[in-house]
Design a protein around this ligand. Structure first.
Ligand SMILES: NC(=O)c1ccc[n+]([C@@H]2O[C@H](COP(=O)([O-])OP(=O)(O)OC[C@H]3O[C@@H](n4cnc5c(N)ncnc54)[C@H](O)[C@@H]3O)[C@@H](O)[C@H]2O)c1
Length: 326
């Protein structure tokens, strides 16, 4: 095979371009607006590889118009935009970028947690408004973080990185996961396993770190919100559909919980109008967005592509069975 032909749905970063350009011919989508589905389908038909973002769906519909495709390399750890089974059926390798974004994403979960607890959004707006009349005793009083209880839902790489930061705030850490962690891990993170109901009942801050799967879609719903403390806050940096937004709005309106801080939404880039309220902090899906980390993610995706075309096993292959078949 000559130089593989690739489509990258973003220009990526120079470091990742250097990796790809050394041995591949890459068609980079460089327009400021996102690539349309039609344009993606038009450009993919003669490509051997795809470097894509979580905003592109890789499923049978796309694969059907990409007969030469051998790899879809997602620049994200979450890969709910890729139907891995469809890729496997067509012998297409699918890869993601785990590990390199854990600390940056955990930092941002804490940014949101602190912001919603201490009403930073409201305070920032007031400070900029020209309406601030000066210090006052009960002005924008929020909730303490220090010494409270943090509930981590999904105790994987990012959930654990979030938990480890709680020690500095002398917080009690509870966690819930589909798979209980080994005891030495629990001890290492000073984290106590609870079932979801018990975690929700006892946590002051609930931070969500599960992948989007059929079982986690709508995991936070009217029932779960009713189990939380009225003084508690929900922080979601996982995927939007893990939270039923209509139920969240209802829980906020009826004061079932005190507030929420969100990075992700059910129908991005749309944000439910009912979430645009003072006790909700809204971020535009930027939890992993430091320059260092986004560069590492793009380079990792590039390395996955290069490994495949060099006849090696991509480090982050999600469907290794396609390698055995070839
Ligand atoms: N907002 C962002 O920009 C951003 C950045 C990075 C990751 N994420 C999201 O965070 C997710 C977690 O990333 P990670 O690297 O920590 O993944 P991970 O696989 O290391 O951890 C996920 C954990 O969730 C648990 N889990 C799976 N299904 C569950 C269920 N039904 N109930 C309870 N627990 C369940 C798993 O056992 C695992 O421990 C990603 O899938 C991605 O969607 C978002």
């Amino acid at each position: 095979m000559g130089r593989p032909k690739l489509l990258a749905t973003r220009p990526l970063f120079p470091a990742a371009q250097t990796i790809l350009n050394a041995s591949c011919d890459v068609d980079y989508w460089t327009q400021p607006e996102r690539i349309t589905k039609e344009e993606l389908f038009r450009r993919i038909h003669d490509k051997d590889g795809l470097v894509c973002l979580l905003t592109e769906k890789v499923n049978e519909e796309l694969l059907a118009v990409a007969p030469k495709l051998r790899i879809a390399a997602n620049v994200a750890v979450g890969y709910d935009n890729i139907t891995v089974a469809d890729c496997t059926k067509r012998g297409v390798a699918a890869t993601n970028t785990p590990g390199v974004l854990d600390e940056t994403t955990a930092d941002f979960a804490w940014t949101l947690l602190m912001a919603v607890a201490r009403r930073l959004g409201e305070g920032e707006a007031l400070a900029r408004s020209g309406q601030w009349k000066g210090w006052d005793l009960d002005q924008l009083v929020g909730a303490d973080v220090f010494g409270k209880t943090l509930g981590v839902v999904g105790f994987g790489r990012i959930g654990r990185a979030v938990a480890s930061r709680a020690r500095g705030f002398q917080m009690k850490v509870l966690y819930y996961d589909a798979m209980r962690a080994p005891l030495d891990v629990e001890r290492g993170f000073h984290a106590e396993y609870r079932d979801l109901n018990s975690l929700l009942a006892d946590s002051d801050f609930v931070s969500v770190h599960v992948p989007l799967l059929p079982e986690t879609r709508g995991l936070f719903n009217a029932k779960t919100f009713s189990q939380m403390k009225p003084t508690s806050f929900l922080i979601n940096t996982s995927r939007g559909p893990v939270v039923d937004e209509a139920a969240l709005v209802q829980a906020l309106e009826s004061k079932k919980i005190a507030g929420a801080a969100l990075d992700v939404y059910e129908k991005e880039p749309l944000i439910h109008a009912g979430l645009k309220r003072p006790n909700v902090v809204l971020a535009p899906h930027i939890a992993s967005a430091s320059l260092e980390t986004r560069t590492k993610m793009a380079c990792m995706a590039a390395e996955n592509v290069i490994a495949l075309f060099n006849g090696q096993r991509p480090l982050n292959i999600l469907n290794p069975e396609v390698l055995k078949a070839s």
